[in-house]
Design a protein around this ligand. Structure first.
Ligand code: SAM
Ligand code: SF4
Length: 343
């Protein structure tokens, strides 16, 4: 597809059933896209959104599901086989489940998963199970109702959320719990939440707080200290070689349980060398690194009727090609809201 670093448009051919292998300039295979379908959210997590929320992107600026499906189809033909639907809160957008159904049917798509704050999950579960959702990442930072309310600034009842997770499992949807450890918020809760997850049949991953937007004024907790807490409670954790899902998590087996504890520590255990992902914001910016602003606005391109799929493929491939080698969170914070990018 590239000859002497130049895009060869004539060699990009988008035909149903054919897929290419998308690589960036560092030779990394890019096969995973996080699709943020909305910037709106019914929570205001302290590390993600201001208390009063943010000015929402006007509806006509948000990509339609048809536009996202076109990007999905072309990306899948280029070699992106796994999609994560995220937000904001993706279940706030009407039609999310049926969008995922269509995404899953695209040629070349092997996996469609969802990241959610769980609050609107119960009413969607039957349809999501019918869609054949490949996995659910459930954000749950504490099991204390009081701290949950403080962290999410929401009135959602934890008991309702937890019932929805059990039902998801009963319906055959694999669930992973995501916890963002934060000093002064959920430091004492890790054993409880890990025990809850493992006993319920869910993997659990601790996600290091990234200095992005609101989160810059809070402090995270080190992977090492949580690892020690886990070993003290459950016995020595044993490193697993195999990846679980698409993420860069370092996963560990826990004595007596068949589910794992994982750590995603983008700062302290940088994994850029193995990065396999790009992100699409709800307004159509293809963001090729979480930290950098590098990427391409796809919306003007999509809304100009003259452009065909081959050209769209070339634009996506060129953006991927220019993906930065690594983030620089250690030195500079990200000046964007996580809710607009989808995590
Ligand atoms: N609303 C959905 C949810 O909360 O799962 C999807 C969007 S949310 C932006 C995706 C993930 O990003 C969540 O697991 C959330 O905890 C995580 N997240 C948000 N801000 C973060 C930060 N500064 N550092 C690390 N993770 C963060
Ligand atoms: Fe909403 Fe998710 Fe951000 Fe919390 S982390 S405010 S649930 S988008």
């Amino acid at each position: 597809m590239f000859i002497d670093g130049q895009l060869d448009f004539t060699r990009i051919s988008i035909r149903a059933g054919t897929t290419l292998s998308l690589k960036d300039a560092f030779g990394r295979a890019i096969n995973y896209m996080r699709l943020s379908i909305t910037d709106r959210c019914n929570f205001r997590c302290v590390y993600c959104m201001p208390r009063k929320g943010v000015v929402s992107v006007p509806h006509n600026e948000i990509l339609t599901f048809e536009e996202m499906l076109r990007i999905g189809r072309v990306s899948a033909a280029l070699g992106i086989s796994r999609f994560k639907v995220t937000g904001g809160e993706p279940l706030c957008r009407k039609g999310c489940a049926s969008f995922m159904r269509q995404l899953k049917r695209l040629p070349g798509v092997e996996q469609v998963t969802l990241t959610t704050n769980i609050s609107l999950l119960a009413r969607e579960l039957d349809e999501l199970a019918d869609v054949g959702l490949d996995g659910l990442n459930a954000s749950l930072d504490t099991l204390s109702q009081k701290r949950f309310a403080t962290l999410t600034r929401s009135r959602a009842r934890l008991s309702t959320l937890i019932s929805a997770l059990h039902r998801a499992r009963a319906l055959g949807i694999p669930v992973k719990i995501n916890v963002v450890p934060m000093k002064g918020f959920n430091d004492g809760d890790f054993v409880d939440i890990a025990r809850f997850a493992l006993e319920s049949g869910f993997h659990i991953r601790f996600i290091e707080l990234m200095p992005v937007g609101r989160a810059r004024k809070y402090a995270g907790i080190s992977q090492e200290s949580i690892f020690q807490t886990m070993c003290k409670e459950f016995g020595q954790l044993a490193a697993l070689d195999r990846a679980i899902g698409n993420g860069p998590a370092a996963n560990y087996a826990v004595p007596g349980f068949d589910k794992s504890v994982g750590f995603i520590s983008a700062l302290s255990h940088k994994f850029c060398r193995d990065c396999n992902r790009v992100r699409l914001t709800s307004s159509g910016f293809l963001k090729t690194c979480l930290h950098h602003n590098t990427g391409t606005e796809l919306k003007p391109f999509l809304r100009d009727g003259d452009n065909g799929d081959e050209q769209l493929a070339a634009v996506i491939a060129a953006a991927v090609r220019a993906k930065p080698g690594e983030h620089d969170f250690g030195n500079t914070a990200g000046r964007f809201l996580m809710s607009s990018v989808g995590g």
